[in-house]
Design a protein around this ligand. Sequence first.
Ligand code: TDO
Length: 162
Amino acid sequence: MNGITSFTKGRIHDVVLRPLGKFLDERGWLCELFRSDELDQQVLPAMAYISMTQPGITRGPHEHVDQTDYFCFMGPSNFKVYLWDMRPDSPSCGVRQIIYAGIDAPMAMIVPPGVVHAYRNVGTEHGIVFNAPNRLYAGDGKREPVDEVRYEEVAGSPYLID
Ligand SMILES: Cc1cn([C@H]2C[C@H](O)[C@@H](COP(=O)(O)OP(=O)(O)O[C@H]3O[C@@H](C)C(=O)[C@@H](O)[C@H]3O)O2)c(=O)[nH]c1=O
């Protein structure tokens, strides 16, 4: 942490928001999550996982040193997503950005390394989040350290969840 204790509202440089369209028909819906012909090479996924978050529960704040996350919030439920920029060389250093995404606003979100992020399930259903990061969790064969800085238990952390 670099001494910043309060943030201004704004947009964070290098964070990309991509509304997800659903193809709806009588069977239900289908939604493309990513395509290699639409993403920059450096953020192309190396793996993918989904997680379920209970209503009212938060995951994060976390940041990655090298990894870019590619989150998709497409429902069920809705999430309040928190992003904080503490990168000293970023034009948006000191900015906090809040985004609501999920069943009511399906969204893909590219979060670059160094941008601290957290999300809380603000709906009433189990919340599914898909992530396709550009690095393998714990490296090849899970033999390397996990690229993750976790702030959940850090006393005096400026990354507050309201
Ligand atoms: C992320 C991940 C976790 N795991 C395992 C580790 C652990 O036993 C279990 C739960 O992992 P975690 O506690 O790290 O899950 P979680 O706290 O949800 O971590 C995630 O939080 C959100 C906010 C992010 O930003 C993600 O990048 C990731 O850091 O799943 C994997 O096997 N592969 C993976 O890719």
